[in-house]
Design a protein around this ligand. Structure first.
Ligand SMILES: NC(=O)c1ccc[n+]([C@@H]2O[C@H](COP(=O)([O-])OP(=O)(O)OC[C@H]3O[C@@H](n4cnc5c(N)ncnc54)[C@H](OP(=O)(O)O)[C@@H]3O)[C@@H](O)[C@H]2O)c1
Length: 340
């Protein structure tokens, strides 16, 4: 069959993406053909398209890791799904459960292999997760990268609870999922943002304190003041080079600093003194497994928590969605929807 994909073929730039017809084979015995209904964008997709993620990525490449849709055909040996089922794909097709595997990076959708920004895509049966009834396709599509990453950090590696103070940086996709998960776990929540309006929205979602990082470039001091000089017991570090030194200074003794993002760049010498003298656990996080995706979906469904979708764009306007993500006016997630 022929799918339409928005692909990276020539130059690295949003405007160089092209809508291409792509021929998909019949699903192999253990594969499933999915009609994509929604894709959510992540900062990594923007980096990929702009050549900042992997300048050597093989082209043409279909970007995006996050896709949710409807099963339209199954291979001859598929037993877990049938036509009409609503499914979402994990970020890594080959990291199903347990600790990360060497095979995972080569199975990353929208990076190492073609992703989800297409009307149809084929996935292995073993990877797909059923969408809980209460979530729309758009909502389900927000979980594979951002929610799984926040879940991996806060729950799978740290098992946070009411005793924790979680520090979140900015109000993008990962941080707002982090807020919802920290709230669900009963933790105290501090969040930074460049915008007072966004801080107001974060407080209304349950954050306990907001800090404007533009007005307070030394926001680590605010964190220490608010916490009575103790610091945060978990930092969801999405900022990268420009924020990591402040995140380490914001961390409490024995805290976990989950190193996730590179919003301000990659190159930063570590302050080893902060790490060892505070006995910090600096934990690298690369999204997470299929099991973490399934757990986060289930936890949100069980507790009737819905992802925060800022804006939705139709597939034909997908390039505008990338431009919107670049402007960073969003709060939470940006989603692309496909005609039914
Ligand atoms: N390691 C992994 O597996 C993994 C997984 C997911 C994401 N990531 C990375 O994590 C980062 C966030 O991803 P995302 O998809 O959540 O991004 P996003 O939705 O595009 O988030 C953008 C937001 O980040 C905030 N921000 C920008 N510069 C900041 C700074 N200096 N200090 C604090 N906040 C800042 C801004 O919030 P305000 O507007 O409120 O200021 C901005 O709106 C990216 O670097 C991404 O590549 C990594």
């Amino acid at each position: 069959m022929t799918a339409t994909a928005l692909r990276l073929s020539g130059d690295f730039s949003i405007d160089a993406l092209t809508f291409d017809d792509v021929t998909l084979p019949e699903p192999a015995p253990h594969e499933v053909l999915v009609k994509i209904h929604a894709v959510s964008l992540n900062y990594r997709d923007l980096m990929l398209v702009q050549g900042r993620y992997d300048p050597h990525v093989q082209k043409p490449r279909i970007p995006c890791s996050d896709g949710a849709g409807e099963v339209v055909a199954v291979g001859s040996a598929v037993t877990a799904f049938r036509k009409g089922d609503r499914v979402v794909a994990p970020f890594f097709l080959d990291w199903l459960d347990g600790p990360p595997t060497a095979a995972a990076p080569a199975s990353a959708l929208g990076g190492a292999i073609d992703g989800t920004l297409a009307t149809h895509q084929i996935f292995p049966e073993r990877a797909l997760v059923a969408i809980p009834e209460k979530f729309s396709y758009a909502e389900a599509a927000t979980f594979p990268c951002a929610a799984t990453t926040a879940w991996h950090a806060l729950v799978s590696t740290a098992n946070i609870g009411p005793q924790d103070t979680v520090l979140l940086l900015g109000t993008g996709g990962v941080s707002i999922f982090g807020l919802q998960i920290a709230k669900l776990r009963g933790a105290r929540i501090l969040i930074t943002s460049s915008s007072d309006d966004k801080l107001g929205r974060a407080l209304s979602l349950g954050a306990d304190h907001g800090i404007n990082y533009r007005r307070h470039p030394d926001w680590d001091k605010q964190v220490r003041d608010i916490t009575g000089k103790v610091g945060a017991t978990h930092v969801l570090e999405v900022g990268g080079a420009g924020t990591l030194p402040l995140s380490l200074r914001s961390a409490a003794i024995g805290a976990q600093v989950s190193v996730i993002g590179v919003l301000t760049g990659l190159e930063e010498p570590l302050n080893i003194g902060q790490i060892l003298m505070k006995t910090l656990r600096v934990q690298g996080i690369y999204v997470g497994s299929r099991a973490m995706l399934a757990e986060s979906l289930q936890a949100f469904a069980d507790n009737d928590i819905h992802p925060i979708i800022d804006r939705t764009f139709e597939f034909e306007r997908a390039k505008e969605a990338f431009h919107a993500l670049e402007k960073a006016h969003h709060f939470g997630k940006t989603v692309i929807t496909f005609p039914a």
